[in-house]
Design a protein around this ligand. Structure first.
Ligand code: BGC
Length: 629
């Protein structure tokens, strides 16, 4: 719980790094063994601590520049380790496309993390950095990590225990590279699937998002940020990123919804979008990311009422706010004015990928000129340091560098098994006629479609690169085709074609169709019809009279009428990630389908937005739908 963050100044196993000498006596008095001092840095400039609270101890010694440095988060792409030391940087991130110079391997990530952490430890007060990444479905920037289904699939599992385990595994793979902060879970409530970030949300239903979002927070943070495998979670994007109106986007396509405007009354906004944040805060989430988007024309990143009064006041959030990537710059064309607006609204740390020197200089000027009160700076830094303290980053015996002993389990079969289970549970069976499913193991099966044998397509955006990409993205795992081949074993005969081929002699055909990968901005789409070439493939296969199973890979419900009609069985598989074998587990009936729609499935574009509880509700498939066998 966040209350914990404030309370856990000195459990026996944790003590402040800066006050080690003086503190040793108080720890012994409390019946604890004296902590060993770290062999390497940091060492305090002076060991005459007056307070037992490492956060207050540090705060009282920090210069304004050191405080502002803690509030600054540059991107790896721009910042050098020496600058982390020089500027007392509080955090570094790797944005979606920002990988270590030495490549994208687990080793390269770990070495990079250690290099930047050492640089932080070498600063005057030796305050460690938090390293942040978008581990939104596994530690998915890193080659070889297990990639889980995107949240839309996890919503269909309706299984908070599973979501919690997934977050634990993700955190463990992150920790194996040293990284200890994920910008996840998205607790967005996507209300219009034309939005390209729909798949990052669990559901259109606030109650389901709340339940699964809280489970993810508990999994990442292990219910206690002090746990050695805990990673800091971020509930994002506050507030109403999934409630924007088409045509209001400030990003990319001007018809889009991303970074757009939510036009709702306060009551409606609270009813739909606020609830998951309450649940995340109650689960102890340590950071929250305000949204690029606006509410009735006002940008979230500068909204004092929502950031400070509602989130920190009413909801009692005690962690810290991290701005979205260059979001502060959107508040005003004059950067200094924009900074003042956001910090005064309650922003605690700024994600300023390359503008970090300007940010630091201008914020210092603002404080000196009275444009931002010192009390606001102290509050922001206190919040950041409290989280660091709760994570053991202010301990003299803390583990600042990566724990390489965890690397043995990175991408391990055990971790892949959790993902495979998630894939099975995420599948939603929309149609099953002529007893087409489950497939017989000894059947002759023809698999068709480019998406059937493509790790990149089945993983979607935020995988290895920001937007994701089709093809062999060089990471481990199993394609859907490989899964089917393995399940059929020697009993069956599986053939494959990317496009149409003569399928005479097959007992069943599995056609895998769907969307190519995309992420924010790029995925906004005003027409969600299936690609005509893919429908034509389904049609030609159906014309053979052989039973056809369609597996749809998509980040949202699409307009599927023709393909649905032509198929004998239809499975919505969402974006399953690297463990395609989970699809085969269900197709062959080794596990029965249990997934249920966490989104309403529309009949036509003219129905959108269409959500559970709407007055006129006539969907193709309602929220909660899912067949069994
Ligand atoms: C996205 C965030 C993400 C951040 C850092 C932004 O563009 O909106 O969800 O956490 O980038 O990569």
């Amino acid at each position: 719980m966040v209350a914990d963050l404030a309370d856990r100044s000195f459990p026996c196993r944790r003590s402040p790094v800066m006050a080690a000498v003086v503190l040793a006596s108080s720890l012994l008095a409390a019946g604890c063994a004296a902590p060993a001092r770290p062999a390497s840095p940091p060492q305090p400039a002076t060991a005459t601590a007056t307070s037992e609270d490492p956060v207050e101890w540090l705060l009282s010694r920090m210069t304004l520049a050191e405080k502002v440095g803690q509030m600054t988060q540059p991107d790896l792409e721009s910042i050098q380790p020496a600058e982390v030391t020089e500027l007392h940087i509080g955090s570094v991130l790797s944005g979606g496309n920002s990988d270590p110079e030495a490549g994208n391997s687990m080793e390269a990530w770990t070495d990079m993390y250690d290099r930047y952490q050492r640089a932080a430890l070498a600063s005057r007060l030796g305050t460690p950095i938090l390293y942040g990444v978008d581990a939104v479905h596994g530690h998915s920037n890193v080659v070889g990590a297990v990639v889980f289904p995107h949240n839309i699939g996890l919503g269909a599992t309706r299984n908070p225990g599973l979501v919690r385990r997934i977050a634990e595994v993700t955190g463990k793979e992150m920790r194996a590279t040293g990284v200890q902060w994920t910008f996840s879970p998205a607790v967005s409530v996507p209300r219009d699937e034309r939005w390209g970030r729909t798949y990052e949300g669990f559901s259109e239903d606030p109650a389901l998002v709340s339940e699964l979002g809280a489970a993810a927070v508990l999994g990442y943070q292990r219910g206690d940020l002090g746990h050695p495998l805990a990673v800091l979670a971020t509930a994002k994007h506050y507030l109403g990123d999934g409630g924007t109106v088409p045509g209001t986007s400030t990003f990319g396509d001007s018809r889009g919804l991303d970074q757009g405007d939510m036009r709702l009354s306060e009551d409606e906004m609270r009813r739909i979008h606020l609830h998951p944040y309450r649940a995340a805060v109650d689960a102890g989430v340590g950071s929250v990311m305000p949204s690029y988007s606006s509410w009735n024309g006002h940008k979230m990143s500068g909204d004092r009422y929502l950031l400070t009064s509602v989130l920190k006041g009413e909801l009692g959030f005690e962690g810290f706010l991290i701005s979205d990537y260059n979001a502060i710059q959107q508040l005003h064309h004059d950067f200094k004015t924009a900074i003042a607006k956001s910090v005064n609204a309650g922003m605690d740390m700024a994600m300023v990928p390359s503008a970090y020197r300007d940010y630091i200089r201008l914020l210092i000027e603002l404080v000196e000129e009275g444009g931002v009160p010192m009390s606001r700076i102290d509050d922001a830094v206190r919040r950041i340091l409290r989280v660091k303290d709760a994570m053991g980053l202010l301990d003299p015996d803390g583990s600042y560098l990566a724990d390489r002993s965890l690397q043995a389990s990175f991408g391990s079969p055990e971790h892949r098994e959790v993902a495979r289970e998630a894939v099975r549970q995420s599948l939603v069976l929309l149609k099953n006629e002529r007893g087409t499913l489950p497939l017989a193991r000894n059947a002759r099966i023809h698999v068709a479609g480019v998406a059937a044998d493509d790790i990149g397509i089945q993983s979607g955006g935020w995988t290895i690169s920001w937007q994701g990409q089709p093809g062999d993205i060089t990471t481990g795992g199993t394609t859907i085709l490989e899964g089917i081949r393995a399940a059929a074993g020697t009993a069956g005969a599986v053939t494959y074609s990317e496009y149409w081929t003569d399928v005479r002699g097959a007992d069943a055909i599995v056609v895998v169709i769907g969307e190519a990968p995309y992420a924010e901005g790029v995925g906004d789409r005003m027409d969600l019809s299936l690609d005509t070439g893919q429908v034509a493939l389904v049609r030609r296969m159906a014309d053979t009279g052989i039973p056809v199973v369609v597996v749809l890979i998509s980040g949202r419900p699409l307009l599927i009428d023709d393909a649905l009609e032509l198929s004998d069985a239809f499975v919505a598989a969402w974006l399953p990630g690297t463990e395609g074998a989970g699809v085969a587990d269900v197709l062959f009936g080794d596990h029965r389908p249990t997934g249920r729609l966490s989104f309403t499935w529309p009949r036509s574009m003219s129905q959108l937005p269409l959500n559970l509880g709407d007055d006129r509700y006539d969907p193709l498939f309602p929220f909660g739908y899912g067949l069994r066998y």
